[in-house]
Every structure is written in C-alpha cells, then in structure tokens.
Design a protein around this ligand. Structure first.
Ligand SMILES: [Zn+2]
Length: 372
C-alpha cells in the first residue's frame, strides 16, 4: 500500500520546490496513473503560470496560441515548446542575477542549447536524478568503472556532453576508475586490477553508448571478461548505433556474450530537462518516473494512441527557472503501456526509435521563433 503524501492545499500560492519535494517522499516509480494525474495537473499548471508571468517570450507564445494560463487545462493541452527553441532563444523565468549555472548542450550542428538554472532548480535536478538512479543502483555508492578516458574530463576546454555525463553520474560511484587510456585504447591491466578489487560484488559502470560499443566491444572484444557483477548505465550516442544498424537488443546480447555483463540500462533525456531522465528497465522499456511524463504526437500534433509511433513530447516537473516543463523533441517513439510493466515500476513506459528527419520539425520551431 503506497502512502501518497498530502499535497499542499490550493491556496493560490505555488511553491514549486516544496511541491516537488513532497513527491521525493515517495519511491520514484511508485505513483500510478490515478495518483499522478492530479499532481501533474497541479504542478504543471503552477509552472505554466509561473513561466508565463516571468518569461516574456513564453507569455507571448501562449498569447499567440490563445492559451490562457489562468484557466485550468488538461496536461495534453498545455502548449509544448520545441526543445530546439533553447538553441535560438535565451528563455528564462528568473532575474539574470538569480541564474546559478547555465547548462549547454553539445549541439549537433549550429548553436548549443542554453539552459539557465537557478539554485532551487539545480538542487531539484540533483535530488531527482539521485532518486531515479538509486532505484537501479541501490542507495550506497558502488565502485565505478567509467568507459571513457580520464582526459575527457581533464581538459576543460573540451567540456562537452560526455564530460558532463561522467561528472554527473560520478556522484553515484566511488573508487572511480577509467577503462580507457588517453589514446582511447582499452586499459586492460587497469580494468583487470579494478575487477580483482571490486568484481566480486555489484559495481557501477557508466559510459556513452558509442564509447561502450566502440571500445569495450569493438576494439576491446574478448579482452575483458568477468563483468557479471557490473551494472552498466549508458546513454547519449544512440544515433551513432542506429547508423551502424545495431539495435538495443543486439547491443545487450553482445555485451552479455563478450563480457558477461547482464545488467544494462540505457537512459534517455534532454539537457533541457536534466535530472528527470528516463531509464530503461529490465524489460527493455524506457520509464517515466514520478517526475516526468511522455506523450506521442502525430504529424498534426494530435495525441497518438499507445503503440503508435510519433514525435516524443516530454513533461518534467523540475524546470522552475526556464519554461522547459513541456517540450517536443525531434525523436520518434511510441508509448507501450502504463503502470503494468513486468519490471513492477509504475508510470508510462515507452520505446525510443531515434531522431526523425530534421526538416519535419524545423517548420514548427521556426514558427515559434518568429512568433516570439
Ligand atoms: Zn519496466
């Protein structure tokens, strides 16, 4: 029996951080549809009003779409911003001197996204990421093997998504060891020494998908075994694997066959919604947590029924300092089900198929950009 925290009474005052903190009292995949619905309606409505009142460009876009933030709306009717809009506009809902940190995406071509975080939003991101990842790794820090080279984070002039990912996930590890040399060759002796010390109990592995594919499987094929107790979390470079025509199942099978590694979790998320990432469960599904939701849109931006492919729209309860709580991605996916995944986690679960052709979405974001 799940005890849902008592959420704040409707008072007109919306305290974003404390509303999300109430959700942190529950296990991250505990809330079912009936419990999540009213919470999401309330917090997203509070966020939409907050952003409309504090971000002029966002308010202008809502006005153009004839959307009145003061009225109650179903979540699916809240306008989504194209995620790429953050490459074009510096959208924020806090005063410039409240900006604590600016996140930038690596940006494949053109401008990177710029995401302005204030201290409360940055703190929520860390707390929520900790809860989500903890559901897969457990509560204590595990010995960590990074499938990358130490130079990736040493050279700050090359600070990029890979470095940010390694540093973000390092808070879940201890005895952090890099599996690759600076020339990107596999440090076989280093990995063997790590396994001798830590390989008999669960340990954490982290890397970008393509790095794992290229350096642990490709060049490293057959040179490292004994990863049976490893738990790999990987993300990022999925597109490159699609280009190589290897799918998630084949990727996992090769890891198991060649290294013994059986627990492999892909993650999916946007830099624009850092913290509320989607993790792949044991059944191979991407999961929404208590802090996120997913909807699929067809070519006319209508909601797709479960099982139908379309553009992925993502909802996060975390963005308080910029209007990024409801975003349309350029990725194609499908919702598979809700609350009934065989892994036992509640929430919607879905599949990601990869990036759609750029031109299809660009028209939409251009319309938003020129409207603002
Ligand atoms: Zn599952």
């Amino acid at each position: 029996m799940v005890t849902v925290p008592k959420f704040q009474e409707q008072t007109g005052h919306f305290d974003h951080a404390s509303e999300v903190a109430d959700l942190l009292a529950v296990a991250p995949y505990e809330l079912d549809k009936g419990q999540k619905g009213p919470v999401f309606d309330r917090i997203t409505q509070g966020l939409t009003r907050h952003h409309a009142a504090n971000c002029t460009e966002y308010a202008n876009m809502l006005r153009l779409l004839k959307f009145d933030a003061d009225e109650e709306h179903a979540l699916e009717d809240v306008p989504f911003l194209p995620a790429r809009l953050f490459k074009l506009l510096d959208l924020k809902s806090v005063a410039p001197d409240a900006v604590h940190r600016v996140l930038t995406s690596s940006g494949t071509g053109g401008q990177p996204s710029r995401i302005s975080l204030d201290a409360p939003t940055a703190a929520l991101q860390t707390r929520v990421l900790t809860r989500i990842v903890g559901d897969f790794l457990g509560k204590s820090r595990l010995p960590m093997l990074v499938i990358d080279a130490p130079s990736t984070i040493r050279d700050r002039t090359r600070f990029n998504a890979r470095a940010a990912g390694i540093m973000g996930f390092s808070m879940f590890g201890r005895n952090i060891t890099y599996a690759l040399n600076d020339d990107m060759s596999l440090d076989v002796d280093g990995v063997v020494a790590f396994l001798e010390r830590h390989g008999q109990a669960p340990f954490f592995m982290f890397g970008f998908t393509f790095m794992v594919y290229q350096h642990l499987l490709g060049a490293g094929a057959g040179r490292v075994r004994g990863l049976e107790n490893g738990i790999l979390i990987h993300g990022g470079g999925w597109k490159k694997l699609v280009d190589l025509a290897i799918d998630n199942e084949a990727f996992k099978q090769r890891l198991k066959d060649e290294t013994g590694l059986g627990r492999v979790h892909n993650y999916y998320g946007l830099v624009e919604q850092t913290g509320s990432i989607f993790m792949e469960c044991e059944a191979g599904h991407m999961h929404c947590s208590n802090f996120s939701d997913v909807m699929i849109r067809d070519a006319d931006f209508q909601l797709c029924p479960n099982g139908e492919r379309g553009l992925i729209e993502l909802v996060s309860l975390l963005p308080g300092s910029y209007p990024g709580h409801v975003l349309l991605t350029e990725d194609e996916g499908a919702v598979i089900g809700e609350d009934d995944c065989s892994c036992g986690r509640k929430g919607k679960y879905f599949q990601v198929y990869g990036r759609v052709a750029k031109a299809e979405v660009r028209g939409c974001s251009d319309a938003y950009a020129s409207a603002s």
